[in-house]
Structures are given as structure tokens and as C-alpha cells.
Design a protein around this ligand. Structure first.
Ligand SMILES: [Zn+2]
Length: 152
């Protein structure tokens, strides 16, 4: 579609670019454990002992290779959150409003971004305890965890 904008014609359009990529060794194991076993695993740095979720092959602090896998709890603490009220179907996994949080799973040293569910958005609080709710029909991706819900 063309339209005149400030004296010049502007053509507004969009392109759809389907793509795929290899998730890599660590992401493949991470997603497989969630899909097949409903278990969340991170990796641990042999030098500084930080546990990363999602798992990292290289420590972002000391650049050592993280070969050790650590099973994490499916519960954690909400570090921060936001509620999104606008729709962007190419990016967002569901219709807004959507609450996104950064969750520090028990046993991990880093935050894990995911949606919050089964919660009144007005009652979300930093520091609240949350638990993963797994998708009944896992497909081997990030949404095999449906969301995190409040516990306790
Ligand atoms: Zn390290």
C-alpha cells in the first residue's frame, strides 16, 4: 500500500522470512529434558561455580567451559516482571495481556525469562514463589513450560 506522507509517497509493507537453525548441543539437551522428563537442567561453571539457566556452554563470568549439568528445581523466586498489553503475534506466544517474569529457579544463579500464569496480574509481586507448569503436549521448545504459577 502506498500513501503520501509529508509530501512523499511511502510504500509500507512487510516481509515474512521463514528460517530455522540448529539449536545446538546444550539447547537440544535442555529442551529434550523438559519435553521428555519435565525436568529443568542448567550448567555449572567449574571455576566460579555459577549455575546457568538456560544452560551455557561457556561461563559468562570467567569464560571456562561448563561441562557439568545440574538438575534444577521447577520452583523459584520472581526477580522482576512486566505486563504487556499490546499484541504482536509474530513475537508473542499468546494474546495480551501477558505477564512476563524473570525467575531465579532454586539452585540457579541466573534468571530465566518466562510467562506468569494462573495469577491475578495485580497480585504479582517481586519475591513471590513460583512453580513451572508444563505443557501437556510438549513439542521440544521453550513453551513446553507453559508458564510459572504462584505457589505457597
Ligand atoms: Zn565461571
Amino acid at each position: 500500500m502506498s500513501e503520501k506522507d509529508e509530501g512523499i509517497y511511502v510504500h509500507r509493507s512487510g516481509i515474512k522470512v521463514p528460517y530455522q537453525w540448529h539449536a545446538g548441543e546444550y539447547a537440544t539437551r535442555f529442551y529434550t529434558e523438559i519435553k521428555d522428563n519435565k525436568k529443568i537442567w542448567g550448567t555449572k561453571c567449574p571455576d566460579c561455580a555459577k549455575v546457568f539457566i538456560p544452560p551455557k556452554k561457556t561461563c559468562i563470568e570467567c569464560f571456562k567451559q561448563c561441562y557439568e549439568w545440574v538438575e534444577l528445581s521447577d520452583t523459584g523466586t520472581l526477580l522482576t516482571y512486566t505486563v504487556v498489553h499490546y499484541g504482536e503475534p509474530l513475537i508473542q506466544p499468546k494474546e495480551p495481556p501477558i505477564a512476563y517474569g524473570i525467575i531465579k529457579l532454586d539452585g540457579a544463579d541466573t534468571g530465566f525469562v518466562h510467562m506468569l500464569g494462573e495469577v491475578d496480574f495485580d497480585k504479582i509481586r517481586v519475591g513471590m514463589r513460583v512453580k513451572a507448569v508444563f505443557n501437556e503436549n510438549p513439542e521440544g521448545n521453550y513453551l513446553d513450560i507453559k508458564y510459572f504459577k504462584p505457589v505457597g
